[in-house]
Design a protein around this ligand. Structure first.
Ligand code: ADP
Ligand code: MG
Length: 374
């Protein structure tokens, strides 16, 4: 009796789980920086969803190469405009989804600018991280008559395959895992945007430890702000969990191994390893392989629940307009093009989620009934 119903529900549940969201890719081109010589622009043309690069002979066929993405932001796009297209994802965290937003690109292409903002932070220049959390509080406030939400955050750094908790400054063990594949880093409850600002300041300060003027470690480590949301439906009493990873990846540039030694070589090898592990995971998701090699790096382990399953994933791919950067720009855009092909299924977001929630609840109550029988 129960066993059969349970089986049937599980099948249904798995079917709903299979209707996954696809990976969205937004490209952002940073402006030329003040004080730099005014040089030719390697980015020729930008439209709403496409970008065209002029390719010098040195990189193969001379000419132009165009790429299509869900969205392309030009050098004059503001932080507010960039965030406006990210907003729907924030809502789905409160609906109980896992969301992952990550920034990819070579060092100096604008990853930190998009995720955090410039060094001298103003309200206008705040990046996705702050805006996402402010939005989360705003939305949860709007729902306060029907839902109660608890929000907490973690901040970690992955450097040379070591995970460091940025909120306590100690190296941490990657032992037991909580619900969303985040190691046992400090989980700090937050309830206002200023709580978040304070924590991020601590995190950034800790991240700077170990960096020197010549050794800006931030470009060679991945940093990840994770937000956990626990929601309770005040009328039915049911609960849901959502999470969001906001990841500022290490610079994607290939380091010439013949030119670096010692620590730099080790770092380069670790970055290559984790970014290619990320590429492998994405490729096998794109090919719908049954085995996805999440376990090949700390980064992919961390993002496991955000890259498969019912997660919503957004990649910001960054390019610099500098002609010197065109080789990296091309490989960055080719990587992004591959990511954009990962079609994980129709994004019937709210409805699917409703079904999943309902089925999860049914499974839980059937399990409880089963336990009582035994
Ligand atoms: P990354 O994190 O990829 O190494 P940064 O975000 O640090 O790159 O950007 C490099 C420099 O360019 C910084 O000084 C940053 O403030 C500036 N910058 C990047 N993107 C923009 C942008 N969209 N508008 C203005 N300045 C930018
Ligand atoms: Mg950076």
């Amino acid at each position: 009796g129960y066993q059969r119903v349970l089986e049937e529900n599980r099948k249904l549940y798995n079917q709903v789980q299979d209707l996954k969201g696809s990976i969205r890719v937004y490209c952002r081109v940073r402006p030329f920086l003040p004080g730099q010589p005014n040089r030719s622009n390697s980015v020729e043309h930008i439209e709403e969803g496409s970008i065209s690069i002029s390719v010098p002979t040195k990189y193969g066929k001379e000419g132009h190469r165009s790429f299509n993405f869900n969205k392309v932001f030009g050098p004059s796009a503001t932080q507010e405009e960039v965030f406006a297209d990210t907003r729907p994802l924030i809502r789905s965290v409160l609906d109980g989804f896992n969301v992952c937003i990550f920034a990819y690109g070579q060092t100096g292409s604008g990853k930190t600018h998009t995720m955090t903002g410039p060094k001298e932070l103003t309200e206008q220049s705040q990046g996705v991280n702050y805006r996402a959390l402010s939005d989360l509080f705003l939305l949860s406030e709007q729902r306060k008559d029907t839902f109660s939400y608890d929000v907490s955050v973690q901040m970690i750094e992955i450097y040379n395959e070591q995970v460091r908790d940025l909120l306590v400054a100690d190296e941490i063990r990657n032992s037991s895992q909580n619900g969303v594949n985040v190691p046992d880093a400090n989980l700090v409850p937050v309830s206002t945007p200023s709580d978040v600002l304070e924590l991020m300041t601590i995190g950034h300060r800790n991240r700077a430890v170990g960096a020197t003027a010549l050794n800006d470690r931030s470009s060679r480590s991945h940093s990840c702000l994770t937000v956990h949301v626990q929601g309770r439906d005040l009328t039915s009493g049911t609960s849901l969990r959502g999470s969001m990873h906001l990841v500022d990846l290490a610079g994607s540039e290939r380091v010439d191994k013949s030119e670096v030694t010692g620590d730099r070589l080790k770092e380069a090898q670790h970055i290559n390893k984790s970014l290619s592990a990320l590429g492998d995971v994405i490729a096998s998701l794109a090919q719908k392989n049954s085995h996805v090699p999440y376990r090949n790096s700390k980064l992919t382990q961390l993002l496991q629940d955000s890259l498969g399953g019912q997660a919503k994933t957004l990649m910001f791919v960054h390019v610099s307009p500098e002609p010197d950067a065109v080789g990296e720009t091309l490989s960055t855009l080719k990587f992004a093009e591959r990511v954009a092909t990962v079609e994980l299924g129709a994004a019937r977001l709210n409805k699917d989620n409703g079904d999943v929630k309902e089925l999860k609840e049914q499974i839980a109550s059937l399990k409880a009934a089963l336990a009582r029988k035994e």
